[in-house]
Design a protein around this ligand. Sequence first.
Ligand code: PMP
Length: 296
Amino acid sequence: YYNENTILYLNGTYVKATEAKMDYYSQSLHYGYSVFEGIRSYKTVNGETSIFKPEEHFTRLKNSAEALNMPYTWTNQELIDASYEVLKRNNLQDAYIRPVVYAPANMSFVQNTESFIFIEVWPMLPFLGEKLLRVMTSSFQRPNPKGFKITAKAAGHYVNSILASQEAKANGFDEALLTDMLGFVAEGPGANMFYEKDGALLTPSLGNILPGITRATVFEIAEEMGIPVTEKQITSEELKQADAAFFCGTAAEVIGWESIDNVSFKKNWNDTISKKIKEAYAARVIEMEIHQTVEA
Ligand code: PMP
């Protein structure tokens, strides 16, 4: 992720990652009480560096902070500018951008009067996830929305993601699929999901999942391509009858599944509309114009 030359943005300044200091008494470190984003930048077809949907990401960062009662004093524009600057200082175009809003020293549960922010970037090449994933339904469920602000991208929620992902890998799978507290399909540890059936896409409704920016992009692409999308409660049984399925997220982009719990999907990935969505997403992030349609 970093070396002795890496620069990060820290509360208005640019510092070497190896020299940046964090407070060991920060409430964030002890209790997982921080919020963050995962953003990507791409080298576009014109050779420019372009951050994908920066307004959406920094707006979600602000919403996440406010959901956790963390003071938030930054404008989207200043953080977008800082992100471009930190990319430039690290000589990066295809990258992952990780802003983290964190709390001061505070060993109590009392609300703070200020927050801090850093932005890290590290290299991430696009479209590496070509392999289809073997997905396992996790024994872990997503956090109960009555116990957590589930729509906030809060650090502490990711203990759940880490446990689920580690369990899937320990069982020989590529990734986990978590259900919500009612047992309906929810999302992956760090990505939303869709499945395809008879030329249409279906995805879990909002409420028990992170409202993904890639998920919203898939809705846009599907609309342009004339593919119907339904949001509903999805059971594990119906997912096993699907023609195809995929994860979507900033890091994952759009990545197809081979199977769920060792049950293969009905269609060859190459014959699916899901694959067309993946291609359209790839074109969109590098700002390439494509005109794609699917037969009804
Ligand atoms: N769900 C979870 C739990 C995530 O961590 C992510 C990644 N941020 C997503 C879904 C996908 O969100 P996005 O498309 O905004 O990256």
